[in-house]
Ligand binder design. Sequence first.
Ligand code: FAD
Length: 313
Amino acid sequence: MSEVLVLVDHVDGAVRKTTTELLTIARQFGEPSAVFVGSGFDAAKDTLAEFGAAKVYRIESADVSDHLVAPTAEALAQLVERTSPAAVLIASNAEGKEIAARLSIKTGSGLITDAVAVAADLTTTQSVFAGSYTVQAKVTTGTPIITVKPNSATPEAAPAAAADEAFEPTISDAARAAKITERKPREKTGRPDLTEAAIVVSGGRGTNGDFGPVEAFADALGAAVGASRAAVDAGWYPHANQVGQTGKTVSPQLYVANGISGAIQHRAGMQTSKTIVAVNKDEEAPIFELVDFGVVGDLFTVLPQATEAIEKS
Ligand code: FAD
């Protein structure tokens, strides 16, 4: 059975859910081999084994981990040459997409970005024009390199050995030109990661810059906080929390949109949520076309009441 290389997305060995999704997808068309760059492998090993990584290529060289994406692309290109994998799967985030693009050039292979599904015959599905159309495509040249959006698959455990092998790639001077000089950990909010949360509570322009009620409601539910682009552009919430076409894609069990009109670019990032609730004072707001439950009302009245009710229950 061919190997399928899966680039592990992790923070100090804490494997992100996107990687367990990629391992699950990879098992459809080969034997997953995880590629782990940086330190913290001991913390990651059990998760990689649980979700089916038969092998793990461990790249600990500072020539790779202390630099931006170019050395990772070179290391992957060398692994592609050595293993002739059925495909390379990478998480669809800014870093992952840049690595994938560089890898595609280096290996002369076709690249598909932002897949939302990958079938057993490696046909991918992409959602384009803010979710208005779906497109199916397949790589016909070289090794298929595919970046997959978070929440495109449900991670399924399938225990495997995760037998690790130290891999020492040869990294060019050019790839080492950009070096990481400092890492600033993201401010800890105690809330779950936006793309991995089971519940997301978002605020838009209707918050008028006061995210207090949105955050309190999110905390009562143990949810992540999201924001519309209008709220982000106004400087009310960080871009890292933006949901939508030019932000993150979320697909939680429950999405609660507060003071968000439901523009197509916002929908593009949340419309696959399992249950959608909106609080909006305008009963004509387009978001109500999409919701499972809608509350026509002022979020500054509705959210504190809802928060209190949840905290009492
Ligand atoms: P508005 O559209 O102004 O809506 C505010 C809503 O709040 C209204 O429906 C109003 O009735 C309601 N409201 C006001 N006060 C209250 C209150 N007190 N209580 C309850 N409801 C209240 N947008 C994104 O979100 N994500 C993206 O990634 C994104 N990418 C884009 C990419 C491009 C190329 C372009 C052109 C646009 C993009 N946008 C994106 C912007 C998008 O088109 C909308 O402008 C934006 O989503 C609007 O944000 P909003 O719903 O918060 O604001």
